[in-house]
Design a protein around this ligand. Sequence first.
Ligand code: ASP
Length: 449
Amino acid sequence: MKVCKFGGTSLASARQIKKAADIVMSDPQRQLIVVSAPGKRFPEDDKITDLLISLSNAIISGYDGHYEAEAVARRYRDIGTDLGLSEDFGQLVTADLQARINRYRQDNNALTEALKAAGEDLSARLVAAYFNSIHVPATYINPQTAGLLLYKENGQTSVLPQSYTRLRELRQQSGLLIFPGFFGYDESGRIVTFSRGGSDITGSILAAAVEAEVYENWTDVDSVYAVNPSLVHDPKALSELTYLEMRELAYAGFTVLHEDAIAPAFQSHIPVNIRNTNNPEARGTMIVEHHISFDSIVTGIAGSSGFTLLHFSKFLMNREVGFALKVLQILADYQIPFEHMPSGIDSISLVMRSYAFPPEKEALVCRRLREELGVEDIRVDRNIGIVMIVGEAMAQTVGVTSRAVGALSRAGINLELIIQGASEISVIFGVRDVFTNYAIKVLYKEFFF
Ligand code: ASP
């Protein structure tokens, strides 16, 4: 069995849904289909999920939200009509949204989750209806009935392990199975969504659960590129990369596949194939366990801004047993996740996502570092970008970091920090955030020209 996930642009209109359906029908192994909510048809268009978030905000602010609900209903109605469906999908959508609003009106959080999930849920019903209308048996699968159990902790959604056993039963079903992405249920039966782009995660969980031969992730690009194509003209297309490389690149800004979609496939050794719905002939990018061929030392270069550096020092810090533990406990007390922690003999730098370390928390943390741990100098820099070179071949190659540092220094980019991960498959450079994209271009030129 193959699991195929179609993203928002692949389902944005009747024309796109027909392309996706042709892809599904061209291979009988493509049986378990995960769908996103309809996305943008053109750059200025609205994504259904964004409209649903606006609808939820409108209701929470005391408006009736009819404008937003109508915009959502119109999209599904138009798609349904263009697909030649006899049922009025606009009416179905209006009734569905109203039912969600009535049910969860008293609980803002539950309302937002339920409305966000409606995009994928209605998309799955629509796609199943289309297949049936062309006499291809297809069943809409409800994630709750199928057993996709999730939980949310510190704003992060994760899957409960028992889900895998339940979801495995999908293998017994015949015909096409159309599964909505992006959401599941918690143990008390409440809807829980993943973070944005989370249908990728649903696909990966299902592929692992049914032990799929491959997890095909159908999107709107021919492949994963070595660098963001909006920064470099005609960048190198990657025919293959490893789970670990993809994980690192997704972390630092590659948006082709959701960062959290890698783990389930990786743990179950399911290859992931990124494909283009608009160009199904292209073989796309395979994400696999090990490289079959190494065609460059650096596989990809990514970067993003929005990081904060908290730097502090204390004389003879290295002699104090448990010092780092106390620092991390302070962060944990305020639920602040940290990303990196390079250290010197008497100093530590903590790199955090700026949104996770707002000024209020900064003030509390700095005060406790001074008062409880006797820290002397503290410096906070809120304008940091990180740029990352990633490649499994780097671990066996001498001089990669030196080449990167040389190129950055020739370009006049000052390095705020350098971190080489323990796995040696990536090196991270901290730069002033305004130089993030420039640094990516400089490094691309160094390693790919
Ligand atoms: N529709 C959701 C979003 O726009 C989830 C997804 O497409 O994967 O983020």
